[in-house]
Each structure stands twice: as structure tokens, then as C-alpha cells.
Design a protein. Structure first.
Length: 461
């Protein structure tokens, strides 16, 4: 067995792991990253990038079918999911090869195979025939979809988001169990592609944990397009042959749902097999996620944990930042995570994006509607609004929440404002180009600053 000695070994090449490895190498640490599948991990290969590729394709198809009202007449639009999958895979492959080039360019050794931690500082790679001796270790093994009792994945009828994003034909009927981020993005894609979609969510609203005002805009749009939504509901049983017949318990009684595919999206579990956490003495919480502090240190000196394996929120950009912190701490720098503002985005239609606080004492809540925004109207995407949460006394921006077109891009400015300690007066005084969607943030800030132009104050003064 070939033996390699390094300063740092990173287990997992996802958005946390490969970023960590590159940063560690930049800091002079001899670094190896072990990846059992493809570089980029779940996010790039089976999650974030594939889903956003199909979100783009499905939205384009949906707009093509409805563009006649805007004067565009291109005949009957047709859709080929197999061809779209080919395009999606091209996007993924381009990004994977880019990561591999970056690793080579920075001198990071990429080892293919499944890592097994034999003891602290010693990792064997199954399938790679290699043993790695390392002074320090970063665990970045990610997570996998969770199952429900009596509703296990079979890869054909009951599938995870990974299989849902790889389908070669559009299911006529699709049942989505779990109305969280993954479930709702999947619902958005297949509704636009023509599937009859049903969503079952256990809690009292879709997208649990998200501002209810934002969620209501998305739910109203989906239901208006024929999507059936059952909240405070659960699947009691599911069976059948080529199709699934599910019994759903709702507040109004039991209903039967028949589907060709069931997408199970009820959460994720940490991937820790082969890490020997108990033997190493690495502490985990009640759900099996690794416990780590703001410097990514676990209960064992020299072992760090980043990304999904640490638990929610499971965000690629959070994992990347954690990877940078872990690399810098491993290199002896006084780095620590700063979670003052962690933006989140959801690619429904319209999109949802949030940064900072949702509420609090002595805050002011102001909003500006996309329906009053020239660019949104001109684009035919006038649904939604921007909501600003600010300190009632100082005007300090504490949170921004958006539901509307391109919210995922608009939230970047809001996150910067919160991170830098900007006030609503700062945003209101910043000239925004016209006509653009970011004007909505400026307009909401002007309302908060008490000087709205395109929205009447109370009393019209």
C-alpha cells in the first residue's frame, strides 16, 4: 500500500472540503483531499448546481408557453427532459473540471476512494490503495437524504432529490413528501414542466423556518397553477405497483394521492461511516452531527469538522466559509467564524432570499412591492416585495427578506449592508441605477428612513 505523509488531510471534496484544502495549501500546508465520488460533492454534482440548472430550464420553458401575451409568438413550445439533462450535466462537468484544475494549480493532492480513519492521524483509502499520515484532519463528509419509516428509497418509485434531478422523462404525477427547500424547488421545477404536483408537509407551513409572509406568496402562486398543498399533514402509507397510492392524513381527514414518483425530502443525516468517531473520541449531538466550535475544532485536538456533517443550516456557502476558517486555524492563524449575517436563498417561483434578523424588540418593518417597480413590471415578474428590518432608533439594518424575481442575487447587497453595519439612510442615499430590481431595496430603505418617493406615507404626507 502506498503511503503519503501530509500536514493536513481533508475528508470530502465538496464545497467545504475543496475550499479548505486550497486555502490550507495557500498557507503552506502540504494538503491532501480524499473524495469517494466526484470533486464538488453533493452540491455540485447532485444538488445545488443540477437543481438550479433545471430551475432555469423549466422557467424558460414556462415563459415560452406564456409569452404570447407579451407579443412573442414562437409556435407550440416543446420540452425534451433528456436533452435538458445533457445540458445540465455539461454545466456540472465544466465546474468539476475547474475545481480539479484549481487543486492541481495549488498543489493539493486529490486522492480517489472512500476514506477510513484507522486512528488519529492515519487514514486508509478504500479503492485507492493508499494510506495517508497527517498531522491534522478536517472532516467534510457532508450529509445524505433521510428516510421515513415505511417509506424507504427504492430508486424507482420512491426517490430522493438526486434521482428527481436526474429523471429522463417528466412524470405525469409526482408526490413530494416534505415541503422544505429541496421539496419546494423540486415542486417548482416539475410543475413548470407539466407534472401534476402534490406536496405534503408535516408542519403548519411550507418552508418551515422561513418568513411566513414570503412563503404565502410562493404558495399562492403554486396553488394557482394547480399544485395541491397539504400542510399539518403526513403520509400514513404508500404502496402499489407501477404507481404509488398514498394515504395522507390531513386536518380535514384522509385523502388518497396517486403518483408515478414520490420524492422524499424530509431532511438529511450526517455521513460519518468509516470515520470511527467514537473510537477517536469525537463528540456528536443527539442526531449524530459532529459538535465543533466557532474555529471548527472538535472535541479532539487536531481534528476539525465543517459543512453538513456539523448540522444545519446546510448551506454550501456556509460550508465554504467554514472550510477557510478550519484551514486558517490548522495553519495557526487566529481565525473564527463570523455568523453576523448568513444569507439564504430558495429557488422557488418567485424566489425567496433572507439575510439577518426576521424580527426583534424595537424594530421597524418596512416593505416595497415589486408591483410598483418599473423593471419588475417590464419583465412580467411583479409578484413579491422587499422587507427591511431596521432598528427603530438608529436605523441600523438588521435584516432583509425578499420574495420576488432574482431575489437570490438581490440579497448580496443586503448581506453586505448588514455585515458592514449600514443604516437604512446609507442604503437610501446610495444611488441605484434605473430601471433595475435592486431599486426595490433602496425604495424599502427610503420608507424606513421616512422619505419614501414611490410609496405614500400614512396620511399621504
Amino acid at each position: 500500500m502506498e503511503m503519503t505523509q501530509v500536514d493536513l488531510v481533508v475528508i470530502g471534496g465538496g464545497p467545504g472540503g475543496y475550499v479548505c484544502a486550497i486555502r490550507a495549501s495557500q498557507l503552506g500546508l502540504k494538503t491532501a483531499v480524499v473524495e469517494k465520488d466526484r470533486m464538488g460533492g453533493e452540491c455540485l454534482n447532485y444538488g445545488c448546481i443540477p437543481s438550479k440548472s433545471l430551475v432555469t430550464v423549466s422557467k424558460l420553458y414556462d415563459r415560452a408557453r406564456s409569452a404570447e401575451g407579451m407579443g412573442v409568438k414562437a409556435g407550440k413550445a416543446e420540452f425534451d427532459l433528456a436533452a435538458a439533462q445533457g445540458w445540465k450535466q455539461g454545466v456540472v462537468d465544466t465546474l468539476v473540471s475547474g475545481i480539479e484544475r484549481l487543486c492541481r494549480g495549488y498543489g493539493v493532492s486529490v486522492v480517489r476512494g472512500k476514506a477510513r480513519v484507522e486512528e488519529k492521524g492515519r487514514v486508509t483509502v478504500e479503492g485507492g490503495g493508499e494510506e495517508i499520515l497527517a498531522g491534522k484532519m478536517v472532516i467534510a463528509t457532508g450529509s445524505r437524504p433521510a428516510e421515513l419509516p415505511g417509506l424507504a428509497f427504492d430508486g424507482k418509485r420512491v426517490i430522493s432529490s438526486r434521482e428527481a434531478l436526474g429523471l429522463r422523462s417528466v412524470p405525469r404525477r409526482i408526490l413530494i413528501v416534505g415541503g422544505g427547500v429541496i421539496g419546494m424547488e423540486t415542486a417548482t421545477i416539475y410543475q413548470k414542466l407539466g407534472s401534476e404536483v402534490t406536496v405534503v408537509e408535516l408542519t403548519d407551513q411550507l418552508l418551515p423556518g422561513t418568513d411566513g409572509e414570503l412563503v404565502r406568496v410562493v404558495q399562492r402562486g403554486l396553488e394557482g397553477k394547480g399544485v395541491r398543498v397539504y400542510t399539518r399533514s403526513r403520509v400514513l402509507s404508500a404502496g402499489g405497483g407501477d404507481e404509488v397510492r398514498a394515504t395522507v392524513e390531513t386536518p380535514e381527514g384522509r385523502v388518497e394521492v396517486t403518483a408515478d414518483k414520490v420524492v422524499l425530502s424530509v431532511g438529511r443525516r450526517p455521513v460519518t461511516e468509516g470515520l470511527n468517531l467514537e473510537k477517536l473520541g469525537v463528540a456528536t449531538d443527539g442526531n449524530g452531527f459532529i459538535v465543533a466550535d466557532g474555529r471548527m475544532r472538535t472535541s479532539v485536538e487536531g481534528i476539525y469538522a465543517i459543512g453538513d456533517v456539523r448540522g444545519p443550516p446546510m448551506l454550501a456557502h456556509k460550508a465554504s466559509r467554514e472550510g477557510i476558517v478550519a484551514a486558517e486555524v490548522a495553519a495557526g492563524l487566529p481565525s473564527e467564524a463570523d455568523w453576523k449575517c448568513m444569507p439564504e436563498t430558495i429557488f422557488t417561483d418567485p424566489e425567496i432570499a433572507s439575510a439577518g434578523l426576521r424580527d426583534g424588540p424595537d424594530v421597524r418593518r418596512t416593505r416595497f412591492s415589486f408591483a410598483a417597480l418599473g423593471r419588475a413590471l417590464a419583465a412580467g415578474e411583479a409578484e413579491g416585495f422587499v422587507k427591511v428590518i431596521s432598528d427603530a432608533g438608529t436605523g441600523l439594518v438588521l435584516g432583509v427578506h425578499i420574495v420576488g424575481a432574482d431575489a437570490s442575487n438581490l440579497i448580496g447587497e443586503a448581506a453586505l449592508a448588514i455585515q458592514m453595519g449600514a443604516t437604512v439612510q446609507d442604503i437610501a442615499a446610495t444611488v441605484h441605477p434605473h430601471p433595475t430590481l435592486p431599486e426595490a431595496l433602496m425604495e424599502a430603505a427610503e420608507v424606513a428612513a421616512g422619505r419614501p418617493i414611490h410609496q405614500l406615507r400614512l396620511g399621504g404626507k
